[in-house]
Design a protein around this ligand. Structure first.
Ligand code: ACO
Length: 400
């Protein structure tokens, strides 16, 4: 006889004290493991990567060093960094087969969808694809970190009828990406801005995309499958695509004098969410956003024109949002708000913003995969069943 379940029939979901089901939609504040990778104090605007403050890393370090820190759990010595950097430079080229694939991917596709396909294909071509050892994972990670910028830059140029620009072994990782992408040698401000952007996006604890990579890795699946999953999760507008949406929002507003009216019409009325604002963990200003904001200012002042215009819109929008009921609810500026303007200031088209996030975050994803799988346990949550059981199966001929 069809019926609903009694609570004791799924006792594992029931709180013994209250008798209510234990449901944590969004797995908020659930710790899935112990970690030494990243600590976020969301109430006091603090972020530490392997114990180092994000401010120190952004000011004093470089992407290669932070990537090493994430993968090898310590800051490198001079020779360790040089060796790691050499490996990255050697691995920047992408196989001709992959270049051909990039030529054949529709040029109007979302760049994140291209990246998902290209990384998956790179996995097919990887000489160590069947090596699932930890050493094998390190070599694959270095290869992927090195090649993702080349993939993105090549696709951008090919889909815009421009010749790809080959990697320049004399340039650092982030600088070389900007060079391959724009075809121009970055100046000092651009070099520092792109390198800082790469550092700021390397790692951010057990967010949706990191969790996706770890879930996949926990099944003992391969490294590339895990990263492809991470790219898929990052691509959502509630996560990594928010910087794309933030820029679209600034463009939609169009001019500084329209900001107040737009905010009232769409945000205060709750018709839209303010993109680049709010965070599951931060109830204060995202410390990365503060650093991006300074680079946005420098680039806007230096570039003038449209970037300065957008910067002005973002500045006013942030000012009223921080004085609005949003801030009272703990909804503050997140990193994607100001990174959008930094990317625009560096000449990156809006639909490519999230690819930059991915090519940096692959380092953090890898650190989490390595850490979680050291003492692996498959990730397998439960659901509280509210449907019916013991329904009579009626053959299709009798269902009408
Ligand atoms: N604008 C307006 N209201 C917001 C915003 C926002 N940006 N963020 C949260 N809220 C409101 C919600 O409407 C909800 O209001 P209610 O209580 O009246 O229903 C309340 O705050 C709680 O929102 P949730 O969605 O439950 O918060 P959650 O922690 O699940 O979401 C998220 C976090 C997805 C980041 C959210 O703040 C958001 O959508 N922000 C905009 C997108 C964005 O910028 N994402 C980037 C995040 S950072 C990153 O991934 C790099």
């Amino acid at each position: 006889m069809v019926r609903k379940l009694k609570p004791e029939e799924q006792a594992w979901c029931i709180d013994k004290e209250t008798g209510e089901p234990l449901i944590n939609k969004g797995v908020q504040n659930v710790c899935i493991d112990k970690s030494t990778i990243c600590f976020i104090d969301g109430y006091h605007s603090k972020l530490f990567i392997r114990g180092y403050s994000i401010e120190d890393l952004a000011e004093k370090s470089c992407f290669e060093e932070v990537a090493y820190l994430l993968l090898y759990e310590k800051l490198p010595t001079r020779s360790e960094l040089a060796e790691f950097d050499d490996k990255l430079r050697e691995e920047r080229d992408i196989p001709e087969k992959l270049v051909n694939l990039l030529r054949n991917i529709p040029s109007d596709i979302e760049p994140m969808e291209m990246l998902r396909t290209a990384v998956s294909y790179l996995g097919n071509l990887d000489p160590e694809r069947y090596d699932i050892s930890r050493d094998g994972m390190y070599s694959k990670a270095i290869r992927l970190i090195a090649k993702m910028p080349t993939i993105v830059a090549y696709f951008y140029r090919l889909s815009n009828n421009m010749e790809p620009v080959k990697p320049n072994p004399d340039m650092g990782h982030a600088e070389n990406f900007l060079y391959m992408f724009t075809g121009m040698h970055p100046d000092e401000l651009e070099k520092k801005a792109i390198d800082t952007a790469f550092i700021l996006y390397t790692e951010h604890e057990m967010n949706a995309s990191a969790f996706t990579t770890v879930v996949i890795a926990s099944t003992a699946s391969d490294y590339y499958s895990a990263i492809v999953g991470g790219i898929g999760a990052l691509r959502g507008p509630l996560h990594g695509y928010a910087n794309v949406e933030a820029m679209k929002q600034f463009n939609e507003i169009g001019s500084v004098d329209r900001v107040d009216g737009w905010f009232k019409e769409y945000i205060l009325s709750k018709k839209k969410r303010l993109m680049g604002f709010g965070h599951r963990v931060y109830r204060s200003y995202d410390p990365r956003a503060r650093i991006f904001r300074e680079y946005a200012r420098m680039l806007a002042e230096r570039n003038g024109g449209e970037v300065k215009e957008i910067y002005g819109i973002a500045l006013r929008l942030e000012e009223i949002a921080l004085a609005s009921p949003l801030a009272e609810k703990g909804i503050y500026t997140n990193t994607d708000y100001w990174s959008a303007i930094v990317y625009a200031g560096l000449g990156i088209p809006v639909d490519y913003f999230c690819t930059l996030f991915a090519m940096s975050r692959v380092t953090g994803w890898t650190a989490h995969i390595l850490e979680y799988t050291k003492e692996n346990r498959i990730i397998r949550p439960r659901l509280f069943y509210v449907g019916e059981v013991e329904k009579e199966y009626i053959p299709i001929e009798e269902r009408g």
